[in-house]
Structure formats: structure tokens, C-alpha cells
Design a protein around this ligand. Structure first.
Ligand code: SF4
Length: 307
């Protein structure tokens, strides 16, 4: 069989296994295009959390990095959350290990802790509230606390929110390496090539990059902006996986990634073969003890109530 016939056979097998296993496939906007195309739903962290919370399927195949699978498990604890690989983590989530956060809490008992959803379940269990890049602004506008706030783990997202909302949150020393690598020079270069194209960047980019953009948004925000805009050409400053969906949903528009390409190596570990493995019992299942689920789900539920 040639490669395309092999891929077609793999797709058919996945769909048959999905039916047999009463499974749904959720995929993040950053995974490879062929994985997005087989998913029941593609979205950002907030949208995927909502889908997991509404889920009635026995099995969720989660095409994203580990903290996303954990979030799905927290919100749908009776489902089996199956990951295509156990090797797709999020380096930013790992920058806030629970023992360091416990120490911070001991040293700063007055702080109100807000975690970006890109954190492990153990870290979530230690915080007061979770946010995503899609709802952080809305939720922070509503929060009424006299306590000092620590925002973790993404210092770029935190700094961008501080600047936009006039806040003074303390920031954890973490970042998304893929977005943090985006340099102002890359934006300048893209603007030279496409001077009329609006620049849309992710909120995980550094503040000086955000300052050069026409809009700084979540991935869902970037997709909505492109869809609703009358412009025909856009510069996209986020992980390149999103270009697949942007082009698919807007065939009459042009989308230009940055140079060098913005890649999350962990998101790229998720393959169609991995999805097949997950459905045939050869993948990796998220397991979280009940006691930890009870603690870690609370700040996510608070987030969903506010958003
Ligand atoms: S793109 Fe960044 S924040 Fe998202 S999973 Fe990859 S490393 Fe983590």
C-alpha cells in the first residue's frame, strides 16, 4: 500500500475503534493537521475543558499534552482519558513543581493564587483559581480580592494581563519556550513582507512582541478574529499547528506564520498512529487519585462558573 492508502486505512481503523469503544476524540489547535481532521472536536484549552465537562462517552482520546488530559480527567472523572503518547508534556507546566509552590504558600500565606490552566493536577490542587488565555481577562476583571495575587506559571501571560488591566500581580518565573522564543525581529520581518496584514499573536508571547501586534489573543480568539475580519491576509504569531485550521476554515484568506517557524515539540509527538494506539489499549491512560481529583477540580470549576 502507498502512504496515502496506509493513512486512509489508519483513519478507517480509528473510526471503527472509536465506535466500538464509545469514544470521543478531542484535539488541541496545535496538533498536526491529520490528527485535527479525525477529531470530533478541535479547540483551545477552555473549549476542550468545556467539552470534557459535558462528556458522556466512556473513553476520551485526548490529543494534546499531558496537563490537558489531566484537566479532562478532572472534569470527567468516570471516563477513561487515553493519551496517544505518554511523552507529550508541557515544559511550562513543569516550571511550577508542586513542592516549590507549597514553599511559596508557606512563605506568603496571604497570597491569592491564580494558575494558568497549563499546570499539573498536583499544582492545581494548591491554587485558588484557574484561568485560560481565553478567559483570563474576563475573570480578572471580576475578581474582587484585597489579597496580593500570584499568577503562575506563565510570566508573559501574567505581564500582558498586568499591563492591559493595570494590575500588579506577582509573577511566577515560567514561560512557554515556544512562544517566548518569538522575537520582535520575526514580527518586523513578517511586516516587511506583508505590510497590510494584521499581526495576531498569542498572549503567551513576550510583552514587547505583544506591543507590536494588532491583537494578542488565545488560539480561539485568533480563529474568531480571522473569521470575522474583512482582511484577506494575516500574520500569525503562535504555534504553527493553528495554520491548518485557519486555512481550512478560511479558504479565501492567507495566513503567514513567522520565521523561524513556531513549533511546540511536545504537541508534534501526537500522531494518527498514536491515536490508534490509544484506542487499541497501547496508549497511556491518565490516572489521578480521587482525593487529588477533588482538590484539583475545584479551581477549574470556579473558572468555568466565572467564564
Ligand atoms: S505550546 Fe507552550 S504552553 Fe502549549 S503545550 Fe507547548 S510548551 Fe506548553
Amino acid at each position: 500500500m502507498d502512504t496515502s492508502a496506509n493513512t486512509q486505512k489508519l483513519r478507517e481503523d480509528i473510526l471503527e475503534l472509536k465506535r466500538q469503544k464509545n469514544a470521543i476524540i478531542l484535539a488541541h489547535n496545535y496538533v498536526q493537521g491529520d490528527v485535527q481532521d479525525i477529531a470530533d472536536f478541535v479547540g483551545d484549552s477552555l473549549e476542550l475543558s468545556r467539552k470534557a465537562a459535558e462528556n458522556h462517552a466512556e473513553n476520551i482520546v485526548f490529543c494534546g499534552v499531558r496537563f490537558m488530559g489531566e484537566t479532562a480527567k478532572l472534569l470527567s472523572p468516570r471516563a477513561h482519558v487515553l493519551m496517544p503518547t505518554q511523552h507529550a508534556g508541557c515544559p511550562m507546566a513543569d516550571m511550577c513543581p508542586p513542592h516549590e509552590l507549597r514553599q511559596f504558600k508557606e512563605d506568603h500565606p496571604d497570597h491569592f493564587l491564580i494558575a494558568y490552566v497549563n499546570t499539573t493536577a498536583e499544582t492545581k490542587a494548591l491554587v485558588d483559581l484557574c484561568v485560560t488565555s481565553g478567559n483570563a481577562e474576563k475573570i480578572l476583571r471580576k475578581i474582587d480580592t484585597q489579597r496580593p495575587i500570584l499568577f503562575l506559571p506563565d510570566q508573559n501571560l501574567g505581564a500582558n494581563l498586568n499591563q492591559k488591566l493595570g494590575l500588579h500581580m506577582d509573577l511566577w518565573n515560567g514561560c512557554c519556550r515556544s512562544h517566548n522564543r518569538i522575537a520582535t525581529e520575526a514580527i518586523e520581518l513578517a511586516k516587511q513582507h506583508y505590510p497590510d496584514a494584521p499581526v495576531l499573536v498569542h498572549l503567551e508571547c513576550r510583552p514587547e512582541v505583544v506591543a507590536m501586534a494588532d491583537a494578542a489573543l488565545s488560539t480561539a480568539g485568533i480563529l474568531a478574529y480571522a473569521k470575522n475580519s474583512t482582511q484577506k491576509s494575516f500574520i500569525i504569531g503562535t504555534e504553527s499547528g493553528i495554520l491548518h485550521r485557519l486555512k481550512k476554515e478560511n479558504p479565501d484568506k492567507d495566513f503567514h506564520g513567522l520565521w523561524p517557524n513556531v513549533i511546540c515539540p511536545d504537541m508534534k509527538k501526537i500522531t494518527l498512529q498514536g491515536v490508534h494506539d490509544a484506542l487499541s489499549g497501547k496508549g497511556f491512560e491518565i490516572q489521578i487519585p480521587d482525593e487529588l481529583i477533588a482538590k484539583a477540580v475545584a479551581p477549574i470549576q470556579r473558572m468555568l462558573e466565572h467564564s
